[in-house]
Ligand binder design. Structure first.
Ligand code: ADP
Ligand code: 5GP
Length: 205
């Protein structure tokens, strides 16, 4: 049976990854979103088990010791990790898997699974990234801006470091409008499924 592919989406915090992925996942039961574990507290509107598995540091360390993660990393003071089990199950079912993970974790996955496809999402400008980081959350009715100015500055510094790694990725998408970013990601996914190795394997079945 056909096994799904894994696609990594990386890019600075606040660039719009969750927003773009929410749109990408509309009416797509052939795609599986890997819900990460994190020690970061939930933002307003985030649901445990949907956006993240929110956990404490002790539980996270226990999962590391049980080898439960495909990859994990520290990001601006919190831990984030991809639970291995669900990713493997989805791929076995023939679903494509999407991981929304930062660049250190993406490198760990590449070393373990070299056939993974990596897509970097960039902002149209630094000032727009700062605006999105500052205003994130103000578009939901129960929240105000969810990161302190210090946290926003830390995330901006980190974003500039992350952008340096973008040319090691397979694809580069600029999230100016959500519609365009989704269209480009769909095109990338489709092109990856048109690679000769996969198509010829179908023909020889
Ligand atoms: P990330 O998941 O990368 O941290 P989010 O999806 O939380 O980022 O988006 C951060 C903020 O930017 C949110 O307020 C979101 O509504 C806004 N946003 C996302 N994409 C766009 C876009 N293309 N144009 C304008 N605002 C956007
Ligand atoms: P945020 O706190 O803004 O939700 O996420 C911060 C960063 O952590 C983002 O760059 C996001 O892609 C990344 N991230 C989310 N889940 C994981 C994960 O499981 N592993 C790694 N390595 N990074 C993650």
């Amino acid at each position: 049976m056909y096994k799904g592919k894994t696609f990594i989406i990386s890019g600075p915090s606040g660039v719009g990854k969750s927003t773009v992925l929410k749109e990408l996942f509309q009416d797509r039961d052939d795609l599986y979103f890997s819900v990460s574990a994190t020690t970061r507290p939930p933002r307003p509107g985030e649901i445990n088990g949907v956006h993240y598995h929110f956990t404490d540091v002790d539980e996270f360390r226990k999962m590391i010791s049980e080898d439960a993660f495909l990859e994990y990393a520290e990001y601006v003071g919190n831990f984030y990790g991809t639970p291995k089990k669900f990713v493997d199950e989805a791929m076995e079912q023939g679903k494509d898997v999407v991981l929304d993970i930062e660049v250190q974790g993406a490198l760990q996955v590449v070393h373990k699974r070299p056939d993974v496809v990596r897509i970097f999402i960039a902002p149209p400008s630094w000032s727009e990234l700062e605006r999105r980081l500052t205003e994130r959350g103000t578009d939901t009715e129960e929240s105000r801006g969810t990161d302190s100015p210090e946290k926003v500055q830390k995330r901006l510094v980190r974003a500039k470091v992350e952008l340096q790694t973008a040319n090691t990725y397979d694809y580069f998408v600029i999230n100016d409008t959500v519609e365009r970013a989704v269209r480009e990601i769909n095109a990338i996914m489709l092109a990856e499924h048109c690679k000769p190795a996969e198509r010829m394997a179908i023909l020889s079945e």
